[in-house]
Design a protein around this ligand. Sequence first.
Ligand code: ATP
Length: 221
Amino acid sequence: MRQRRVPDVVVNRLPLYLRVLSEIDVDHAPIISSYELGERTGITPGQIRKDLSMFGVFGKQGVGYDVSILRGELRRILKLNRIVNVGLVGVGNLGQAFLRYGADRQREILSREGLRMRAAFDQDERKIGRRIAVVEVYPVARMPELIKKLDLKIMILTVPAGAAQEILDRCVASGVKAFLNFAPVKLTVPAGVRVHHADFTLQLESLAYYSREWEGNEEQT
Ligand code: ATP
């Protein structure tokens, strides 16, 4: 039987639940109620129960969820119960910051949930062969070979906007189906390929909308 398509908003909430559960010391708190999970995620208990029931996960009436079991279920649902190898393209300022951030947090955040940063790629000769935090920088020409060899499932794009589509297309041609895009550009993808955008510029611009409320004036540019 084909699984019913789960709405993106639900999938996006699952890592939030997982993060809270991963922070809990199960020896001291083996059970969590949907109320408490709600308090710690800002999501209503009813919504949490509904989200989890979509995957056939139910708590015990009047008791709650077994923390270890629920954590295991969420990792299985998110497919983080096995290693997911990640690559990065564009080892400029942002790419390097991401790699270093990833390294500092590898054991703590990334690796805790099965994600592993495995390789970085760039076209700049001066960067190729360098080691940044936990990964080596390879030439983009080697992407197809290394995507297969290292089984890279997710690619992080930290190239300039003008290069992002071409890099994405090359990764897709090598079988990558998931991207985290930091380039400030809309990308076109074939069916079955997913892009999550981490566009700082858009985020800042929409925040700017609210800045007027803080200032309480109507300054025009
Ligand atoms: P830097 O000055 O160190 O290059 P930057 O963050 O200002 O840093 P950007 O112009 O934003 O650099 O480029 C980000 C990175 O993407 C750089 O390392 C650049 O060499 C790389 N890059 C640009 N175009 C491509 C491409 N088509 N393929 C692979 N890497 C690319």
